[in-house]
Design a protein. Structure first.
Length: 174
């Protein structure tokens, strides 16, 4: 059996995946049918195995397999700001929501450049005597901040605007 494509494949969660398959050739029979077993659920992160087998007319069996890893994807939040007696963040259409971020997932927050979003372990961050939380955080792209949540991320974070007070909210890490 000859695998078409790589023997190990990575795909993002919720992305589509089409298996490349395999072929089998026998010296006597020529092309032999390949039977595939197993499946890949791209909605669920994990490691999946696809097995291939081919049997020639003499009963000889050949097998091979492919390992497909479905990686947890990146969740993107669209952040806007509105003035209502003070500036407020609106995340995916909700004013100052309390967020829950899951361990093993990376989150990107796209914000207006005049309202730079940051994280802290203190409510309202630097405006309340706290400091900016930077573990697993990337601010290298203008207008967005990305945080990778791991088992070492603190259980409670707060998002805040670096320029305006009382604009953000609470984040629970699970």
């Amino acid at each position: 059996i000859t695998l078409l494509g790589e023997s190990t494949v990575e795909v993002d969660q919720n992305a589509s995946y089409t298996d490349a398959g395999a072929t089998a050739t026998d010296a006597v029979d020529g092309s032999v049918e390949v039977v595939t077993s197993g499946s890949v659920d791209t909605n669920t992160a994990g490691v999946y195995t696809l097995n291939y087998s081919a049997t020639d007319s003499s009963g000889n069996v050949a097998t091979s397999s492919r390992e497909v890893t479905v990686k947890e994807g990146i969740v993107t939040f669209i952040v806007t700001a509105d003035y209502n007696g003070g500036w407020l963040y609106i995340i995916d259409g909700v004013v100052k929501p309390e967020l829950t971020l899951e361990i093993g997932t990376t989150y990107t927050f796209k914000y207006p450049s005049n309202h730079p979003l940051r994280f802290s372990i203190t409510s309202d961050g630097i405006h309340n005597g706290g400091s900016e939380y930077t573990q697993g955080v990337d601010t290298s792209v203008n207008g967005q901040i990305t945080i990778s949540i791991t088992s070492s991320t603190v259980n409670t974070l707060y998002y805040y605007c670096r320029l305006h007070v009382n604009q953000g909210g609470k984040i629970n890490v699970e």
